[in-house]
Design a protein around this ligand. Structure first.
Ligand SMILES: Nc1ncnc2c1ncn2[C@@H]1O[C@H](COP(=O)(O)OP(=O)(O)OP(=O)(O)O)[C@@H](O)[C@H]1O
Length: 344
């Protein structure tokens, strides 16, 4: 009653905030627009995303986190503070506890910056949780039992693969190949095949509406506009599902290979559990059409897409906070807290 508990998924593509008792109250792209002359923030989130690639010279719309790391430290801090404050509103008398899931590649200096940003937003206690653990909890896997659970979280910047048992990560792998890299692969393909330059947003549209990574699974087509590299003028071409599979093949193969690598070093008992339960896909990249089917075929293991895969991490942070409230700080079932301002 006297506190607010919030979970934050600080993702490279999207930031989601879960407030205890209310659910997800904020879901916005990780984009900030700044006026380079006045250094003032012009827009944050969806409003800033609409400005990407369309700003006048002095306004710069950027994604401060890329490839699973914080590329622009100060802007990430501004963004995090803005979102936390928007999510909790004006509640100066309530004790704020925050659990933040950070991109897997961030350094300890960056972790400290994230904790500081949350503290400056009024948090009295800040805990960090690793991405695969939050994703697994949020996907409904009981990671605390003595049995292997496997999650593949495909976000914007990174794919995190992990096998968990008794609340801890047993084997894992993280690669900087995920949704952004799919978009890049589409841009490269369209450039090579059609001599057409397209932007990131068009590439993402193609990925969501046309792409299939499993042969023969989808038959969509889409007219796309861009700039002809030869004439320099606007041009329209039509792209189809089957050719887009070709465009993404190499990138998808890297994700399958990273998953295989983790399975290969997983202890046999846990591997047997995973064979029974299947692998769970989370993150926006889990929605890539046909990916589950492709992984089943390549790995010969059942693969399930979590329900609402883009919200698993933020739900996991909220649930981790609930668990933490229930257990003592020295419990066996710790959350792998990476750092905190509160007493550990
Ligand atoms: N239907 C879809 N098909 C394919 N990709 C999708 C779909 N919907 C969303 N995505 C992609 O999912 C990615 C974002 O996923 P998510 O929000 O889980 O990432 P994130 O948590 O911000 O990133 P990270 O985990 O790397 O920090 C984007 O690249 C987006 O284009």
């Amino acid at each position: 009653m006297f506190g607010i508990d919030i979970g934050v998924d600080l993702g490279t593509a999207n930031v989601l905030v879960h407030v205890k008792g209310k659910g997800i109250v904020l879901d916005e792209p990780s984009v900030v627009a700044i006026d380079s002359q006045t250094k003032k923030v012009v827009a944050v989130g969806e409003e800033a995303r609409r400005m990407l690639g369309r700003t006048p010279g002095h306004i710069v719309a950027t994604r401060p986190m890329r490839e699973g790391v914080i590329a622009d430290f100060d802007t990430t801090e501004i963004m995090l503070r803005h979102f936390i404050q928007r999510a909790i509103g004006n509640n100066p008398f309530k004790r704020l506890r925050v659990m933040i899931c950070v991109p897997s590649g961030i350094t300890s200096v960056e972790e400290k910056a994230v904790v500081e940003a949350a503290t400056r937003s009024g948090a009295k206690q800040v805990d960090l949780i690793t991405e695969p653990k939050a994703a697994a909890i949020g996907a409904g896997l009981d990671i605390y039992e003595p049995s292997g659970s496997m999650v593949v979280d495909i976000g914007g910047g990174t794919t995190d693969v992990a096998v968990l048992s008794l609340g801890e990560i047993v084997t894992s792998n993280s690669i900087r190949v995920a949704g952004d890299e799919f978009d890049e692969a589409i841009i490269r393909y369209i450039k090579k095949e059609y001599s057409l330059l397209i932007g990131e947003r068009t590439a993402e549209d193609i990925k969501i509406r046309v792409v299939s990574v499993y042969p023969g699974a989808r038959h969509e087509e889409m007219d796309i506009r861009g700039r002809d590299m030869i004439s320099g003028l606007p041009k329209t071409v039509t792209v189809r599902s089957e050719e887009m599979r070709e465009a993404l093949q190499e990138t998808v193969d890297l994700i399958v290979a990273a998953t295989k690598q983790v399975l290969e070093v997983t202890p046999p008992e846990l591997a047997a559990d995973i064979f029974d339960k299947g692998i769970v896909l989370t993150g926006g990249g889990a929605l890539l059409y046909g990916l589950d089917k492709l992984m089943i075929e390549e790995l010969q293991i059942p693969v399930h897409i979590a329900s609402d895969p883009m919200s698993c991490v933020v739900h996991g942070t909220g649930m981790a906070l609930d668990y933490m409230a229930k257990i003592s700080k020295n419990s066996l079932f710790g959350f792998g807290r990476k750092s905190a301002t509160g007493a550990l």
